[in-house]
Write a protein of this length. Sequence first.
Lengths: 317, 219
Amino acid sequence: MLIKRPLDVLPSEITPQPVYNRRREFMKAAAAGAILAATGCSDDTESAPDATREKFTSVATSRFSTVEKPTEYKHVTGYNNYYEFGTEKSDPALYAGHLKTRPWTVSVEGECLKPRTFGIEELIKRPLEERVYRLRCVEAWSMVIPWVGFELNALLKEVEPTGNAKFVEFVTAVQPDTMQGVHVPVLDWPYVEGLRIDEAMHPLTILAVGIFGEALPGQNGAPVRLVVPWKYGFKSGKSIVKIRLVAQQPRTAWEKASPTEYGFYSNVNPNVDHPRWSQETERRIPEFFSRRPTVIFNGYGDQVAGLYAGMDLKKYF
Amino acid sequence: MRPSQSLVSVIKATLFVAALVPFARLAVSAVWFPDALGANPAEFITRSLGDWCLRFLLITLAITPLRRITGWNWLLRLRRMLGLFAFFYGVVHFSSYIAFDHVFDAVAILKDIVKRPFITVGFTALVLLVPLAVTSTNAMVRRLGAHNWRALHRLVYPIAALGVLHFWWMVKRDITEPAIYAAILALLLGYRLAAYLRETLALRWARGANGPPATSRRG
């Protein structure tokens, strides 16, 4: 399959400037105003609606982008799995606005010569690209999302991984004050994900800081998250705080929760069913009928199949 | 509370309309306002219908304990209708799965039923509901005889348990909701077990009081 060049559309043009979001912000502000008027005091620690969500102005296009039509903004930001904020799909949109994303640092450490900590301001100033990727959830639904970010390999090269760096572990944020879900042991917090070093260095693997040309909303993993488009969505950890280069294969949150259902690799694969449901087809959000066949490696096989040459994908699911 | 026959009829008619509201809401939304059903309307519809099937099963099973506790025997006149609504929601739940998840692909559906335990138990529960729905008429009660009819309709206990299990095995990780249904079902079935044990013991006690003490009856 040829990866076609996307249409030269500015991210700002495909962004359906979310009236929806503005309404919510308006209502929040109105409610806050009412409380303010009633109590006569202001609480600065309460996270205010992010009316000034940063817009990324100079974002390059990428040959890796799909030309498929992105899923509507309201669905991308309204139907999320982010268990730290609750297990309902609507919970993240409701509660992730409280996520504290400043100050924010990402520590890159472990098996490397120059470990260091990156501030979020520094990360969003890097040359950014738009990557319109398919996202396939292990729950058999999918979306098309225009991410804004940069290749993870660029960051990893800067810390100079040693020969011992065989895997990369991603540790995500735990904010007990803002994340109601982490008080419930649904998963072993913090949520940890992992990749093999060659998967992490692959040009398709990115750290995203935005969607639709603007900064990531909390529910999508603000302020910086992993995106690995050929794997099930849960591999793409949100709100990353630490990236560790390690010698041993990390134990991921879902592996710990249910090792027979969620493997380390978790490559999108219609031939390997989840023990409790089929992975042969998927429902493209918000379509009614689920008859879209799922493609191996989520359609990125031309780029990534080589990483798994000779591997039994049923065994290493 | 002992309402007149006509009042019970009014209550029953009101309940009938109310029981159709969740279905009507989904149907109207699906046709005219799919946005109201969120990003994954098909999943929302299938799950809501399944929820209502389970809820009606539990409501139906609550009638007997409620009647015994309150002495409101007229509640019994609502039970058949409630049970049939459980069946109705089960059928439309299954239909939405057939339509939205498999687009009427019979082979895929059969594969699913055989391969996936949570679908196997859900399907079994629905199949077992069929004889109960079919024998729900007065004529069928007469034909079977009250004793056989009652024995057959005790099937609703394992059906409800399979329904809850179907939900439990379906959820990915957070079992809070199925656990709530399971707890309510345990309460409703526990009440019956307790009542049964109480009656059996009372009967023994009564026998014991007339004859030799129960403990040394055989001695």
